[in-house]
Design a protein around this ligand. Structure first.
Ligand SMILES: O=C(O)CCC(=O)C(=O)O
Ligand SMILES: [Fe+2]
Length: 328
């Protein structure tokens, strides 16, 4: 039986190394995505200060009084701005099943480099899906714009690495992501002051929708778990400067399920010692909503039928958002 673990992969040699070194990294990447759908990368070249500044700006925002934060709530029309506790149930969004809300507040931003896309807009003329920027802290916008630049450069490199790992030409995926939809979300899991509801987690079990996710984890990841095909949950660990990378459902469909959009969750604190607050910053790297996704040629055996029918990116995302909207 294969091991189920999340390796820490140093990708510095992908940018700087020779073809042999690049191919070796690509093989490792294929192995880990076949196995667990998750990896941790170090040697990514993003300065620690860029990550620290984004986390610090997010923490300053989440420490504001609730009524101040609610000024940046935008009632779900464009999926941007502040989401208070009890407004998201990831398990419902992803799996369309009744589930308690996540023990999380969040702040969602779209990439300054992505064109507006507002699938939920009542009136698409007035809602652009544009960002809502908080006034406090004043450097929030600048800090997150720098963060976007950094993770986009990393995502571009990962996209080429994935192409090599899947034995298609290096720029194979680029076209699908031109233009792309990038979403950064600051997830804040406050210290709990009361017992969670039965089954309530910091983030309910879900697979990520999208191409892939680049997550800046909290110290050591605390509470992040991924599920193997037998149903068993495994902790994910990351060094503080690592990014957790996981496959989303579009990449799973492209690879004809060779790579897995693995179910994951974040546990509620199980003890007083674990009851500390937690902040993570996932970056969801999504293809152009107008593009269609179907199995790539290298992932289909001769004569075989793809496991997923061709589908449109925007339709799939919209369908998922409708599931989420069932939450008050
Ligand atoms: O906070 C984490 O560790 C995971 C977050 C996550 O899975 C998500 O935002 O989709
Ligand atoms: Fe996730």
């Amino acid at each position: 039986m294969r091991l189920f673990h999340v390796p820490v992969i140093d990708i510095a040699k992908f940018a700087q190394g020779n073809d042999y070194e690049r191919a070796a990294i690509a093989r490792l990447v294929d192995d880990t995505f076949v196995e667990s759908g998750f990896m941790v990368v170090v040697g990514h070249g993003i300065p620690p200060a860029t990550i620290a500044a984004a986390k610090s700006a997010a923490r300053t925002f989440f420490a504001l009084p609730a009524d101040e934060k609610l000024k940046y709530r935008e009632a779900g029309q464009t999926s941007r701005g502040f989401f208070p506790k009890d407004s998201i149930a990831s398990a419902r969004y992803s799996e369309n099943r009744d589930a308690p809300t996540d023990l999380m507040e969040s702040y969602a931003l779209s990439s300054p480099n992505s064109p507006p896309w507002a699938p939920n807009a009542v009136d698409s003329q007035t809602f652009s899906g544009a960002n809502i920027w908080p006034k406090t802290p004043p450097q929030f916008r600048e800090t997150f714009e720098r963060y976007f630049d950094a993770v986009e450069t990393l995502a571009d490199q990962l996209m080429r690495m994935f192409a090599l790992a899947l034995r298609v030409e290096q720029d194979y995926f680029r076209d699908f992501f031109s233009p792309y939809q990038g979403v950064v979300r600051a997830n804040y899991y406050g210290k709990l002051d009361q017992q969670p509801l039965p089954g309530q987690l910091r983030i309910g079990a879900h697979a990520d929708l999208g191409g892939f996710t680049v997550l800046s984890a909290d110290e050591g990841c605390g509470g992040l778990q991924i599920q193997d095909i037998t149903g068993k949950w495994h902790d994910v660990n990351s060094p503080p400067d690592g990014f957790v990378i996981n496959i989303g459902e579009f990449m799973q469909a492209w690879t004809n399920d060779r790579w897995r959009a693995t179910r994951h969750r974040v546990l509620a604190p199980r003890s007083a010692a674990e009851n500390t607050d937690r902040l993570t910053i996932p970056f969801f790297f999504n293809p152009d909503p107008d593009r269609y996704i179907e199995c790539i040629p290298t992932c289909l055996d001769p004569g075989a039928t793809p496991r997923h029918e061709r589908f449109k990116v925007g339709d799939f995302r919209q369908h998922r958002l409708a599931q989420q909207q069932a939450v008050a």
